[in-house]
Design a protein around this ligand. Sequence first.
Ligand code: PLP
Length: 490
Amino acid sequence: MNQTDKEARLNERDLPLVSALEKGRQRHSFHMPANRAGQSFSAAFRTLLTELDTTELATTGDINQPDGVVLEALRVAARAFGAARTYFITSGTTNSLRIALATAFREGDRVLLAKGSHLSIANSCALLGLEAVFIRQDELPRFPDGQVSEAEVLRSLEEEEDLAGVLLTTPGYYGENLTLEKICEVAHAKNIPVLIDAAHGAHFAIKVEAPVLAEKSWPRTALEQGADLVAQSAHKTLPALTPASLLHLSQGAIDSGRISPTRLAKMLPVFQTSSPSFPIAASLDYARDFLEHDAPSYVTRLLESIADFEAQLPQEIHRDYVDGDDPCRLVLDYSDTACSRQKLMEILDFHQVDVELIDARRMVCIPALDTPRSSFNALAEACREIAQVEAGGQSQTAADLAQRKAFLRQEGSSFKIRENFFAESEEIEFQDALGRRSAAMIAPYPPGVPLLWPGEEITEADISLWQELLSLAYDIRGLKSGKVEVLAEE
Ligand SMILES: Cc1ncc(COP(=O)(O)O)c(C=O)c1O
């Protein structure tokens, strides 16, 4: 069959997924992956990609036991990202974090983390038998991903005993950043490692020229600030295939013995498939080269496009940005409009615009570094229409506030996640779950940050928040057809 015949056949076939994905290519993307349906790759690399799919051969080496050309690619990546060693993880930061946690900790270890850690971390704690020690939080987080403050982390590091380490998320989904230097200093003085979920921060390693930034500053990487092990989803912010991820190990972590590279090497094949994807790994090689050579000028253009876009925004919609945030992330607060979450989704869809996340008062846009002006114009057009929606719906800011308050904890608490996650459980209507303990993670998706972890008691505030979010058409992982999984009663 020649190529034309094959293409004709493809059009005749019933391929629901292929057809839907193909249509999606034409829309304006403000979401991950940051390769914009492959358009961010050079034409030559795009053509090459499928042809790079192979297995471990003498000429290629093994991604899980790096040597030869794989090792060379990792070596140049480590240099570009400022790590002592870098590993290509072809199964997402979900797995990079799992490998990091399994490397740094042993079963039963107490790990300090924020309640607002990604689902993948909660799942890893269950699998690895780690005790999750929640950071005590009394400052209302800015966003509903529950970001902790530097002071709260430092206080919990002081208060909690027998910690084996700390895992923090920065940047957050909304582009907010946590300063890590002091935290690393204090943790290292206790001889415990600092692991960072920097899923959204792979692009911080770009060497951006200062004049481009005007009054904004370019965030420093977690490694520059002293972190030991750092996981990044290259696919979220750099031109790489989904779910290309990087796991970086610092020189300080090796020298101090806080992290053993030998144990890390042992964990790689435990959590990666034995058939790691060469196209995904090759896209990491591509992203690293892009980052070193082309990315600074792309950042310049992107920041100019964002500034022009901001100037087009109607007064009812404003960008939520403070200095220190990721300048490339676009968080648009629509709470001064009369537009409901559902209506907003409708309007964006009409304009063929897809954003990463819509919460009760903001939309989060992740522009790829090469997002064209036409896409920003389409988003601006949609924003103007959103601003014109006439009053009708009720205010959603109460739901947003309740969601942020869900992270506040006046006292330290810890959970042996495995015991609760794998315990006998039953499914009940969530309205009847008051006082029961959850057996699952309950997380609006995206961002996939649990409002409740396994073992936590379900309160009246939880139930009314879920009710409210469901009425705003949220997808909540852990709630299926109005049911929640709770621990069986003894
Ligand atoms: C903060 C955070 N951590 C980890 C992950 C998991 O990353 P990946 O999708 O690369 O597995 C995500 C995914 O959205 C995330 O937002």
